[in-house]
Design a protein around this ligand. Structure first.
Ligand SMILES: CC(C)(COP(=O)(O)OP(=O)(O)OC[C@H]1O[C@@H](n2cnc3c(N)ncnc32)[C@H](O)[C@@H]1OP(=O)(O)O)[C@@H](O)C(=O)NCCC(=O)NCCS
Length: 165
């Protein structure tokens, strides 16, 4: 990690962001299972950690785990795989704060963009990403399972300044 990324992750504004560890997974799963209709399994998180993906948890002053994200770097792109905020803490800017941290990390690792898939029906997440500057860059038909079959995913991309496209 670059000195710049370290400085920002340790700054007072982001001091509650900590690397995601296996020991966090009970708290992570408690949120994951209520936040999604089709949650990740504990095994998905364990595999992601074992693969060395970028993962962070956000804790409040009392140590409560409020949210988390996981991303996979592929050469000079960062693929955001999971970003979640505890349901009772949503709408307070916590996801935006995690996106800020991911953008700092991605730039520090010379990534030129962050991209993700989001369910077409996930209006809250789509609004978050659009407000943050992500733009739709593709559509994956039937990408996600849903209650009545399969659901499309939007591919959304955030270009990072200072990187090499
Ligand atoms: C999507 C999610 C991560 C957003 O987290 P959050 O902490 O509530 O988001 P923020 O408070 O940082 O909000 C940022 C933007 O999201 C949108 N947003 C947040 N809460 C919203 C709500 N209740 N209704 C509509 N839009 C909302 C707004 O555009 C907001 O921007 P603004 O504050 O400038 O108006 C959260 O709702 C969540 O964990 N959902 C379940 C898991 C999920 O769907 N993850 C994304 C998978 S692709």
């Amino acid at each position: 990690m670059s000195a710049q990324a370290k400085d920002i992750l340790l700054s007072p504004a982001l001091q509650a962001l900590q690397p995601l560890r296996t020991i966090d997974l009970d708290e992570v799963m408690a949120i994951e299972n209520v936040a999604y209709s089709h949650p990740w399994t504990r095994g998905n998180f364990i595999d992601s950690l074992a693969a060395g993906y970028v993962g962070f948890v956000l804790r409040d002053g009392q140590g409560r785990l409020c949210g988390y994200f996981l991303a996979m770097q592929v050469i000079d792109e960062m693929h955001l795989l999971n970003i979640t905020v505890a349901p009772d803490l949503q709408g307070q800017g916590l996801a935006r704060r995690m996106l800020d941290a991911l953008a700092v990390l991605a730039r520090a690792r010379d990534c030129f963009q962050i991209w993700l898939e989001v369910r077409v029906s996930n209006e809250r997440a789509r609004r978050l990403y659009e407000a943050y500057g992500f733009v739709q860059s593709g559509l994956r038909r039937g990408y996600y399972p849903c209650a009545d079959g399969r659901e499309d995913a939007l591919l959304m991309t955030l270009r990072l300044t200072g990187g090499s496209p």
